[in-house]
Write a protein that binds this ligand. Structure first.
Ligand SMILES: *Cc1c(COP(=O)(O)O)cnc(C)c1O
Length: 380
């Protein structure tokens, strides 16, 4: 209708974030297992601490620290520790860029590499949807390849053809999630080998949003691969989804480019304080990962008993499952009925992505899926 809007934008549907509520009260208690948030809220004493910082230290009338220096230093220390990097090869704060969620960094990467150029991105579907969505908003072509239907490993032959093909719009960025969402599989040695062999004019983005659950990082490879960048977030294991803090780790020259395209005050003071606080308290916060992995194992065993479901192994805080062809329900109907019973899960990538919740929620996930899928007689 409004002719000044770019046709590519007019044709897009806006990303539908789940509604939520800013004061945390929900009309009806739902098990919110659809966005892979941490099942734990921040511990009470840390909230107390944050509240005190807000009241006694934070200047609400002042712009945030636009350099993010203190937080970058704390993140550098954590990243080095997480990859057991020796002091001689340690990453430094100038190798870190902070975003309003890692979503912002994905957009910054696209702006710094592809925008306004004859350049495309490559991703292996199903995968995190934001790469494609953000590329489309910027008019950047997206090349997709498929995955092995059993293991979800990237079809490397197709991927290699994609990067080699002599088109007028060559691929400039390859996006990989380690472990992948929604399918939960970590990169295999073959996939990592392929990434290592990509030419220096292609940027490799490795999204480690679920690193704290998988405990496998490729950070130590950054030194040998100046064309790699790793994304991480505080939205998952660090229990800070409400604060929107993500970071990129990579070559200082790439980081400098990301700093040029970001908005000057992209990260509110309160979010910077919260991220610093959870890093300072990372031991108690991350200690809950162990029990979550136990719950994941237990829920997977239970869901495996549902004859109409196939459940895959996962290295993240979620499970991926598909309905067997014999199922009498469609994904839409199943999702609606589960919601009526009080459980929200995500229908994505041709299957179901189910966040691991607390033990009670997980019990209900199993019971509800079991009652909907296995207890109903099949109509003929
Ligand atoms: C959750 C998630 C993110 C995190 O996004 P934020 O914007 O930092 O909240 C990034 N990548 C993947 C694959 C994710 O699943």
């Amino acid at each position: 209708m409004l002719s000044f809007i770019r046709p590519a934008i007019a044709q897009l549907n806006a990303y539908k974030p789940h509604p939520g509520s800013i004061i945390g009260s929900h009309p009806q208690t739902l098990d919110r297992l659809d966005t892979n948030e941490s099942t734990h809220d921040l511990p009470e004493e840390l909230k107390q601490k944050l509240g005190e910082l807000y009241i006694y230290s934070l200047e609400a009338n002042r712009y945030p620290d636009g350099s993010h220096q203190e937080l970058k230093e704390a993140i550098a220390e954590y990243v080095n520790e997480s990859a057991q990097i020796s002091p001689e090869t340690a990453l430094f704060p100038a190798q870190i860029c902070l975003g309003n969620g890692s979503d912002e960094l994905i957009r910054s990467i696209l702006m710094a590499t592809c925008l306004g150029e004859r350049a495309a991105i490559l991703a292996a579907n199903p995968t995190f949807s934001m790469y494609g969505i953000l590329a489309k908003t910027l008019g950047i072509p997206v090349v997709t390849v498929n995955r092995n239907p059993q293991t979800f490993e990237t079809n490397l032959e197709a991927a290699q053809k994609g990067v080699k093909s002599d088109t007028s719009v060559p691929i400039r960025v390859v996006f990989m999630v380690h472990p992948n969402s929604p399918t939960g599989n970590p990169l295999t040695p073959q996939e990592i080998e392929w990434l290592k062999e990509l030419p220096p004019e292609i940027l490799v983005v490795i999204d480690e949003a679920y690193f704290e659950f998988s405990q496998h990082t490729l950070v130590s490879e950054l030194g040998q691969h100046p064309n790699w960048v790793i994304l991480r977030t505080f939205s998952k294991a660090f229990q800070l989804a409400s604060h929107r803090v993500g970071y990129a780790v990579g070559h200082p020259e790439l980081i400098e480019a990301l700093e040029k395209v970001r908005l000057p005050y992209n990260l509110p003071t309160f979010s910077q304080l919260a991220a610093l606080l959870v890093l300072q308290n990372r031991q108690p916060i991350l200690s809950s990962v162990g029990s979550l992995l136990e719950e994941r194992k237990y829920l997977k065993e239970q869901l495996n008993q549902i004859s109409q479901l196939t459940v895959w192994p996962s290295a993240g805080n979620f499970l991926y499952a598909r309905l067997n062809p014999s199922s009498h329900l469609t994904y839409e109907t199943l999702g609606d009925r589960l919601k009526t019973l009080g459980t929200l899960i995500r229908h994505t990538g041709g299957g179901l992505r189910i966040t691991i919740g607390n033990p009670d929620e997980n019990k209900r996930t199993y019971q509800r899926l079991h009652s909907l899928l296995d207890s109903v007689s099949i109509p003929n």
